[in-house]
Design a protein around this ligand. Structure first.
Ligand code: MHF
Ligand code: KIV
Ligand code: MG
Length: 272
């Protein structure tokens, strides 16, 4: 009997090890089990249940309205379908900023009810206490700096962050503060490539870039942007497939086959 060896799961300690070995890390968002299974089978290291579920799945304009309930539901769907990828769940806006206790209560729900293996939150020095307490409680935390969409009203839009000496120094301080507090990885979103490279060199934990150039230790994309799903894609994304077009064609073929009576055929039909 031939046995395929079970694929080795990707776990938090692999993050540092991959960086030490110069292996680039791969991450995609996932919002449900049907897609998570495909990404997991394909060998993705990490799945991010992103609060980008808000603007990509739930019909919101931004991530801001997303609730913890919605994140728990999506995280549960993803984690149940996942065999080897590390499932990271975003803490949504309003569920962690006020205190370390608030962050802990929210993270515990994502882990106990959602099955997440780690949580991610946006911000630097201002959430160091949260990162510290969660890490002490056995909850791996991924940081997120640069464009932090939950604070877009404070930032004033979805623009590149960390341009200019002062902003760059601030971002490097924030990155060090997160690493010092125990973060296991750091997402850098829409940051100039030289700054992202410098931050990556500053840290022992891996950086995962999105619109942050090739000097990061890994990359993350929203899966719809990666797969050519949906009608919009940011400049930093590349479409590795045309899944939206493929699904459209499958759907028009189905409609036509039902209308012309060719589906269901005898092979899809039960005899008496
Ligand atoms: N589908 C999707 N992809 C993402 O990368 C993503 C989300 N959704 N939702 C959550 C955040 C929001 N992000 C965004 C949203 C908009 C732009 C944007 O408008 N970018 C333009 C202009 C950039 C500029 O003017 O500096 C671009 O062309 O990239 C970028 C990142 C990144 N994240
Ligand atoms: C864009 C990534 C990093 C994210 O936070 C999300 O998808 O919510
Ligand atoms: Mg997010």
């Amino acid at each position: 009997m031939s046995t395929t060896p079970a694929p080795a799961p990707f776990r938090v300690p692999h993050l540092r090890r991959a960086k030490e070995n110069g292996e680039r890390l791969t991450m995609l968002t996932a919002y449900d089990g049907a897609t998570a299974r495909i990404f997991d089978d394909a060998g993705i290291d990490m799945l991010l249940v992103g609060d980008s579920i808000g603007d990509n799945m739930l019909g919101h304009a931004t991530t801001i309205p997303v609730t913890l309930e919605e994140m728990v539901l999506a995280t549960r769907s993803v984690s149940r379908a996942t065999r080897r990828s590390l499932v990271v769940a975003d803490l949504p806006f309003g569920t962690y900023e006020a205190s370390a206790q608030q962050a802990h209560a929210s993270a515990v729900r994502l882990m106990k009810e959602g099955g997440a293996a780690a949580v991610k939150m946006e911000g630097g020095e201002r959430i160091a206490a949260q990162v510290s307490l969660l890490t002490g409680a056995g909850i791996p935390v991924v940081g997120h700096l640069g464009l932090t969409p939950q604070s877009e009203h404070l930032i004033g839009g979805k623009r590149v962050q960390g341009r200019g000496e002062e902003a760059a120094a601030r971002l490097r301080r924030d990155a060090l503060a997160l690493a010092e507090a125990g973060a296991v990885a750091l997402v850098l979103e829409m940051v100039p490539a030289p700054l992202a490279r410098a931050v990556s060199a500053d840290l022992e934990i891996p950086t995962i870039g999105i619109g942050a150039g090739n000097g990061c230790d890994g990359q993350v994309l929203v899966w719809l942007d990666m797969a050519g799903m949906g009608d919009w894609s940011p400049r930093f994304a590349r479409q590795f497939g045309q899944v939206g077009a493929a699904l459209h064609t499958a759907t028009t073929d189905y409609i036509a086959a039902v209308r012309d009576g060719s589906f269901p055929g005898p092979e899809h039909t039960y005899e008496s």
